[in-house]
Structures are given as C-alpha cells and as structure tokens.
Design a protein around this ligand. Structure first.
Ligand SMILES: [Cu+2]
Length: 138
C-alpha cells in the first residue's frame, strides 16, 4: 500500500514514464480510480492498445463512453457491454441487475482501434465530474 500512496502523490505523466522504464513499478492496469475520479484522467496510447481500467477505490464505478465524444468510426464502449450511452444510463437509472457497475478491484478493458479522442465518464459520479479521456495516436 505504501507504493500506491507514493505513486498517487506524483503527477500521472511522471508515473507512466517511471513505470515504463523501471520494471518493478509496473502495475497490472493503466487507469485506476479514486472514490470520485479516474487516475490518470487523461491517457495517451498508440492505436491497437488495450487499455485496462481497475477500480482501485472502495466505491462502485462505471466506465461509459460519451457517445458523441468518440471518433465517428469508433465503436461505443461501456462497462456492462451496453450498446449505447442511453442504454447504459437507463440501466443505471432503473436499477437493472446489470447496471454496468464494476466493484472494488474489478477490471474492465477495451481495445482502441481507431485514432482520436475518447471522452468517458462514470454514471453514478458524473455530477462529481468523474470523467476521463483516452487519446489514441497512430
Ligand atoms: Cu464513479
């Protein structure tokens, strides 16, 4: 736990850079989560990269793409495997069994095949500005 506290105390860019060249610091995920935020909020990857999110907090979260803020040719993505942002929101709002929530220590991954910027958010904590972006470069 001491290592995590040390890592989160640094800028996210520094963490990614350090983790890349210092093998012993590498984690099994790319984006972690605090109770109300993604860490880091912004991540840049190469096209074809599989990004792994891990819920490193004690609260449940969703990872839900903003349908109108991803590249036009890209496919929508969301925890719960919903086919649209509206379907994801409805599932959460109506308390369905599959509400898209991932619990503490659970992971979600998505492979980005189309370059561009992907904005996403957490449905239950949208009002607390829990959102992030993946920038996919050629
Ligand atoms: Cu959340």
């Amino acid at each position: 736990m001491e290592r995590r506290a040390y890592l989160t105390g640094m800028g996210s860019a520094a963490v990614v850079g350090l983790a890349g060249c210092m093998g012993f610091l590498e984690e099994d995920y790319d984006v972690g989560m605090s109770p109300t935020d993604f860490e880091p909020r912004d991540l840049t990857v190469d096209v074809g990269t599989t990004v792994v999110w891990k819920n490193t907090s004690s609260r449940g979260h969703t990872i839900t793409a903003y349908e109108n803020a991803i590249p036009a040719e890209a496919s929508f993505f969301a925890t719960g495997e919903f086919e649209s942002e509206q379907a994801a929101r409805e599932a959460w709002n109506t308390g369905r069994e599959n509400d898209g929530i991932i619990g503490p220590s659970e992971t979600y991954e998505h492979t980005f095949e189309v370059p561009g910027r992907y904005d996403y958010f957490c449905i239950p904590h949208e009002s607390e500005s829990m959102a992030g972006a993946i920038v996919v470069e050629e």
